[in-house]
Each structure stands twice: as C-alpha cells, then as structure tokens.
Design a protein around this ligand. Structure first.
Ligand code: SIN
Length: 308
C-alpha cells in the first residue's frame, strides 16, 4: 500500500487533506465540470477553478493565445462568470463531489479580494481559496499585489479575515525575490503558497509588424518554464514553514516528483491539461509507479529530499 495523502493547511483549524498531491491549476480545467465528462476527476487531489472576480469579466481582446513548441503564451484577462454565478451554478455541483474544489479568486482592489472571499465562505462545495496575486494580464490588480511584499501581505490578511476556508496565495515569478513575497504572505497568515504563475512575455507577427496578442503582452506557461518554477519552489520551500504547491511546466510523473523533491507538498498541472485532459491522472499513476519501483511507501518520504 502506498500512502499518497498530503495536508495542505496544517496550521488551519480544519486543515485541508488531499487524497493525493496532484491538482489541476486555475484557468486550465474550467470549473472541473467540463472535464468530468472526459476523465475520472474524482481521483484527483484537488481541482482549482478559473480565477473568479466580484463581477463577471469579458477578458482581453483577441488574439489571446500563442503556441510554442515548449509552451503557451496567454492573455485571457481573467474572463470569468463572477462569484455570484459560481456560487449559484457551480458550487451545487461541486458539493456532490468527493474531489475538493478550491476557488481561485482575483480582484482589482484589496476590498474586492475580501468581498469575493467573504461571499465564498461557508458555501457547500467549496473547500478552499487560492488567491491570485500574480495574473500578469490585467491592468488593475493581479500581479500588482504580488510584486510588493507589503501589498501581498495586505491581501492575505484581508482574505484571511473574511473567510474561514484555508487560503493559498498564488505567487508571481515576475519579481526580483519570490522568497521575500512568500515570507510576507506566510507571516500575514497564508495557509499555503502556490507557485509559479506565468512568466511575462510577448510575441510579434513579423508580417504584420505588430504584437500578436491583443493585449500586447501575456504570460508564458508550459514545459519551457519548468526549471525556473522548480528553482523558485526550491527557494521558497527553504524559507517558509507552510506548504508549498509547485506549478509550472509539469507534464509527467518525473516532473511532479522533481517538484516534490524540491520541497513541494503538492503539485498543479496547468498547460498540460489543455492538450491531454487526462494529464493529471497520468501524472498520478506515474508517481505511484515510481514509488513502487523505488520502494517508497509514503509520499512524505519524497517531499523535500533534494533540499539541502
Ligand atoms: C488570465 O486570465 O489572463 C490568466 C490568469 C493568470 O495568469 O493568473
């Protein structure tokens, strides 16, 4: 028997135990409902839904995506149905599921984060909140809050004060020192941190002689960013005493195991879901095969083993 369960919020009064460490990342798995027709989502550790704001958002002008052999540049602009519709239309479905759903939230102001968190508090079907202070694609809010330790801490404290759910802060790689931001949110009461969100970038259409994305810039995800994400998880897990959730370019079980060995308690798959809806389940199986082969009986025996 292999023990795969992980505790994502050990300091939280109710905790947040996942049956395994494999989650799907915000914005790449819809509300989970879309994928439930395709794969057995109930076997996942957790699902994180698309970033949710106080009011519905239409998102950025098209084009919003540019594909590369090593990843994807996106500039969605937090298009979403708004928190009220999430509570009314999605949460009742989630409440019947075994797999925990964590709602990713975003805001243009600190108050908006607090308002969305407070509306989600106590809603059946919602097991946690991931706070997006790292979206590089919106003019107001988003990464603005994730690049200042002071503002990141303020958002954390505000959300924590407005919800009894476990709170995971999603960090941006577009900073000089991600460890400093991680420490700030941990000190402000975050139950866990997830990292990394996308890396800011752009692409130019040389025939049209202009940027391809409607918003000019976007965020890069996919296998090309994995070494950067892995290093940041390694750095952050050395300086905080709350769980770290690793994300960035994971496509295989060995990628996920690298993140666990770097200090992550759990991992999120993002871009991989877009080309293979079963990517997260495949990764879970590959982790199990590795553990069996290496005679490792507990996932906790993998976490942080490559840290020194
Ligand atoms: C987007 O909606 O633009 C992507 C979300 C994010 O990167 O946080």
């Amino acid at each position: 028997m292999i023990e795969l369960s992980v505790q994502l919020a050990p300091k939280h009064p109710h905790g947040l135990i996942l049956v395994n460490p494999v989650m799907t990342a915000a914005g790449t798995f819809g509300y989970g409902i879309e994928y439930s027709q395709l794969v057995d989502i109930q076997r996942l550790g957790a699902i994180i839904c698309k970033g949710t704001t106080a009011k519905p958002k239409e998102g950025n002008p098209q084009p919003r995506l540019v594909e590369f052999p090593f990843g994807l540049l996106n500039s969605i602009g937090l298009q979403n149905i708004g928190v009220d519709a999430v509570i009314k239309e999605k949460a009742p479905v989630w409440a019947k599921w075994q797999v925990p759903v964590i709602v990713n939230i975003a805001g243009e102001t600190v108050e908006e984060y607090g308002e969305v968190a407070s509306k989600l508090d106590g809603v059946a079907g919602i097991r946690g909140i991931e706070v997006n202070i790292s979206c590089p694609n919106v003019k107001a809010g988003g990464v603005e809050f994730g690049t200042s330790p002071h503002l990141a801490a303020e958002v954390t404290a505000t959300v924590k004060a407005r919800t009894s759910l476990p709170v995971i802060m999603k960090l941006s790689p577009n900073v000089t020192d991600i460890a400093e931001i991680a420490v700030a949110v941990a000190e402000a009461g975050a139950d866990a941190v997830s990292l990394i969100n996308t890396i800011k970038g752009m692409a130019i259409d040389i025939t049209k002689k202009k940027p391809i994305l409607g918003n000019i810039t976007g965020g890069l995800s996919g296998p090309g960013i994995k070494p950067i994400a892995l290093y940041m998880v390694y750095q952050v897990s050395k300086v905080v005493d709350i769980p770290v959730v690793g994300c960035g370019g994971i496509v295989s079980g060995s990628d996920a195991i690298e993140f666990l060995m770097a200090g992550a308690t759990a991992v999120q798959l993002g871009t991989a879901n877009l080309s293979n809806p079963a990517a997260a389940l495949d990764v879970l199986e590959e982790i199990k095969i590795f553990m069996e082969k290496e005679k490792i009986s507990k996932i906790s025996d993998l976490i942080g083993v490559a840290k020194n």
